[in-house]
Design a protein. Structure first.
Lengths: 192, 389
């Protein structure tokens, strides 16, 4: 119990040590001055509580665990993403995109990838003409595919969305790590 | 004398500038605008322009009508317009010079901030066709601001988006294209700097391509981490209902720990003299107090709009030796506290969900069962004891 407490404390203290004022000073963007300070402890708690609620709904649905289906992981992940987007209060493009598309993004993506691979095999381009896309632009496209909802965004805006998305993801990882540690510690404790 | 038929706009301006040089400085502002509109009208008509019309009245010819069309005409002619010698006329020129830039450099909100920044940082290097351009540059810094603002505001009315007014640095190209590009490049580099601070291990990497590689890798690794953690959470599934209650509260309790201990000490000293009736209240008080403080902590964190007065009232009553009044105070106070009292709520329900609820029940302090004495242990063991009742 005390070890768990110290774990939670350490994760929380890490977030505190991450110099909130520095982060807030940086987010003096002219375009998006009201971004969520993802590094703050408050945000993590807000997210954790919302996540706990949402997870409980999801897992209750799956509590008599369907033996064949192994979708729980994906569902958990999607609820986590949606809760994250909700915590973002929809100020950023990626959060709006996550909330707006209730369909499974990852399923569609896998299908898209398969289609793409089949298609590019047919295209006969000499390798030299393929290099017309400058390297930076190729990577920008990759990044835009990674950040949800940012496919047709200009480069500077894409970078801004990526900044917010990265900090939100970091907070999500921290919160979920703490949660799993608590739960895993709880199960071992209850079993013992 | 100048014959206007074959004159270019440039020559006309030079002639006008020489004439204006003789005029008063007081008329600068007005004359700027009037000459501005003169230029507008001249650029439109382009012929039959009499030199005597230079001495036209101060008030401009129909200003609103030609203004929209003149701005478009202006854009065509401004690139050829060189800055004038006279101080009075240099600012409109500079404003005009800036105009084709602003048409390209469209900013969202915050154009004003950028304006002030750019004005501070950069100086206009007027194109070198005029020798005295440096003089105008220096003397017009103040005037440019006012003229630019007036022009900018009038332009803003005509064109909807906000413009960033950029100035070229000394020694840099003043071409509108390069200025716009420079603004864009600076925006990008600024954002890359933020990202560099965010992504670990990017301090040594310079260059956009490498940085983008790192960023992409980092985002992918974060997303993979989230996926692993979600799998893990799903695996912990069966114990979720019970454990989330205890353990999430446990997560919150550490923050409330100091509150508990101090309150426990204070209340135990206060309560010791009181009769048994108060002893029950003591137990109630302690158990509810934990929940109160932790709920307060939660509420503060979650940002619920709870009025702090009940909280303050409760804290104050800790100090007072009046133990009997204590149950009443927290009964009277925010009904959020009363969520703790009905024991039925405790069974298997996550107390935070109750806090979310808007409708609060009436307090039932009498029905609250005497729980185990508060031992000062902070952990969820307290909660468990209450849950077991």
């Amino acid at each position: 119990m005390s070890s768990l407490q110290s774990n939670v404390d350490s994760t929380n203290s890490e977030t505190l040590q991450r110099s909130n004022p520095k982060k807030r000073r940086k987010i003096g963007h002219t375009n998006s001055p009201t971004l969520v300070p993802w590094r703050s402890d408050t945000q993590q708690r807000i997210y954790s509580s919302k996540l706990a609620d949402a997870l409980r709904h999801v897992l209750r649905r799956n509590h008599p665990p369907p033996p064949v289906k192994s979708n729980t992981g994906r569902e958990v992940r999607e609820t986590a993403d949606r809760v994250l987007a909700a915590t973002a209060k929809g100020r950023t493009r990626w959060s709006r995109a996550i909330l707006a598309s209730p369909l499974n993004r990852w399923k569609l993506r896998r299908m898209h990838k398969k289609v793409h691979k089949a298609a590019t095999g047919l295209g006969k381009r000499p390798p030299e003409t393929r290099r017309r896309l400058p390297v930076v632009q190729k990577k920008a496209r990759l990044l835009s595919r990674l950040v949800p909802g940012c496919r047709k965004l200009s480069f500077p805006n894409l970078l801004e969305e990526a900044t917010d998305y990265i900090s939100a993801l970091e907070m999500q990882v921290r919160a979920m790590t703490a949660l799993t540690e608590l739960l895993a510690g709880g199960t071992s404790q209850a079993a013992a | 004398m100048l014959h206007c038929v074959n004159m270019t706009v440039l020559e006309r301006q030079q002639a006008r500038s020489r004439k204006c040089h003789q005029q008063d400085q007081d008329q600068d502002q007005d004359y700027q605008r009037s000459s501005l509109f003169d230029v507008f009208s001249s650029s439109i008509t382009m012929d039959g322009y009499d030199d005597s019309s230079l001495h036209m009245p101060i008030m401009p010819p129909p200003a609103p009508a030609p203004a929209p069309s003149s701005s478009s005409a202006l854009s065509r002619t401004t690139t050829s317009i060189t800055p004038r010698v006279a101080t009075s006329l240099a600012s409109p020129t500079l404003g005009k010079k800036r105009k084709p830039l602003t048409q390209k450099v469209v900013a969202g909100g915050g154009g004003a901030e950028q304006q002030s920044e750019n004005k501070k940082d950069k100086k206009v290097k007027v194109s070198g066709e005029e020798d005295s351009s440096k003089i105008t540059e220096q003397t017009n810094k103040e005037e440019v601001a006012s003229a630019e603002n007036s022009k900018g505001s009038s332009e803003a009315q005509n064109h909807k988006p906000d413009y960033i007014h950029v100035r070229a640095r000394r020694g840099q190209a003043t071409d509108s294209h390069s200025l716009a590009e420079r603004v864009r490049r600076e925006k990008i580099s600024e954002r890359m700097k933020y990202l560099q601070d965010l992504v670990p291990g990017c301090n040594k990497i310079t260059g956009k391509a490498g940085m983008l590689d790192e960023i992409i890798n980092y985002v992918q690794s974060l997303q993979r981490q989230v996926e692993f953690l979600s799998m893990k959470l799903a695996a912990v599934n069966p114990r979720l209902d019970l454990n989330i209650d205890d353990l999430f509260a446990k997560e919150v309790f550490p923050a409330c720990a100091p509150n508990f201990q101090s309150i426990g000490m204070a209340s135990s000293s206060d309560m010791s003299n009181n009769p048994a009736a108060a002893a029950a209240a003591y137990l109630d008080f302690n158990s509810v107090q934990q929940l109160v403080s932790c709920s307060n902590g939660l509420i503060n964190n979650i940002g619920m709009s709870m009025n702090p007065s009940p909280d303050m009232g409760l804290r104050k009553t800790i100090a007072t030796p009046h133990s009997v009044s204590l149950p009443e105070t927290f009964l009277d106070s925010s009904s959020c506290f009363t969520q703790a009292l009905p024991p039925s709520i405790w069974e298997g329900e996550f107390q935070i969900q109750n806090l979310y609820n808007v409708a609060f029940d009436q307090p039932r302090a009498s029905s609250f069962p005497p729980s185990h004495p508060f031992t000062g242990l902070v952990e969820a063991s307290n909660l468990k004891m209450e849950m077991e009742m």
